[in-house]
Write a protein that binds this ligand. Structure first.
Ligand code: AMP
Length: 221
């Protein structure tokens, strides 16, 4: 376990296209650092499952591969990171995704925040392979890959025994839309955080453990 400087709040942002390994890295890093893993996609999917008002509004956008409107995501996110478990820090997976979201986060963060943004890069070929093979467990959130990490029993989650499924937005036509949305709306954040001098670009095609070690060394620096 890595000890973080307790005089600052540590906020880690993971940027990268769908399939760049943000979810995998987020799990490892938050386990090492003992900070919450905050995935806006997971919170939205939970809202859809629970059929909340937010879930009803978000579903249509998500299934089409488009972004949920900023106003909906911002309220949800700031409520979550204001909770006591985020006091020493937290990791953001899938947020911010637009310049207005990044600006709102900037306003929200207090002065003594140690902000690190990680930009994971991967080629389009690898993205397609990772996403088209992705099998998610709606019960526990564990993710298998049909080609890269298949479950021992087809269709069954190795962690909780639940039934695996393909996320509606992981279907090939929707993935193309998500990639376009990423390039248009999210990729400009790389420049935003470059100007702030807080971003590190890492080759997301490397071995996943090497990538986590590198990210951890950058955060602990
Ligand atoms: P993810 O699990 O991060 O791939 O997110 C799945 C989907 O949730 C995205 O394609 C968006 O429709 C929606 N979503 C997640 N995070 C955000 C965000 N920060 N802003 C807008 N939409 C989001």
């Amino acid at each position: 376990m890595i000890e973080l400087d307790s005089n600052e709040q540590h906020v880690v942002i993971l940027l990268g296209p769908p399939g760049s390994g943000k979810g995998t890295q987020a799990k490892r890093i938050t386990q090492e650092l003992h900070i919450p893993h905050i995935s806006t996609g997971d919170i939205l999917r939970e809202n859809i499952k629970q059929k909340t008002e937010l879930g009803k509004k978000a579903k249509e956008f998500m299934n089409a591969g488009r972004l949920v409107p900023d106003a909906l995501v911002l309220d949800m996110l700031f409520e979550r990171v204001s909770r006591v478990d985020c006091k020493t820090g937290y990791l953001l997976d899938g947020f911010p995704r637009t310049i207005p979201q990044a600006e709102a986060l900037d306003q929200f963060l207090k002065d003594n925040v140690h902000l690190v943004a990680i930009n994971l890069t991967v080629s389009d070929d690898v993205i397609i392979k990772r996403i088209s093979g992705r099998l998610s467990c709606p019960s526990c959130g564990h993710v298998h890959n049909r080609y890269l990490s298949p479950p021992k029993k087809p269709g069954v989650c190795e962690k909780c025994g639940g039934g695996l499924m393909q996320r509606p937005d992981d279907h090939p036509e929707v993935v193309q839309e998500r990639l376009q949305v990423y390039l248009k709306q999210t990729a400009p954040l790389i420049e935003f955080y470059t100007k702030k001098g807080v971003i590190h670009t890492i080759d997301g095609e490397k071995d996943a453990f090497d990538v986590s070690d590198l990210i951890l060394s950058l955060i602990a620096r």
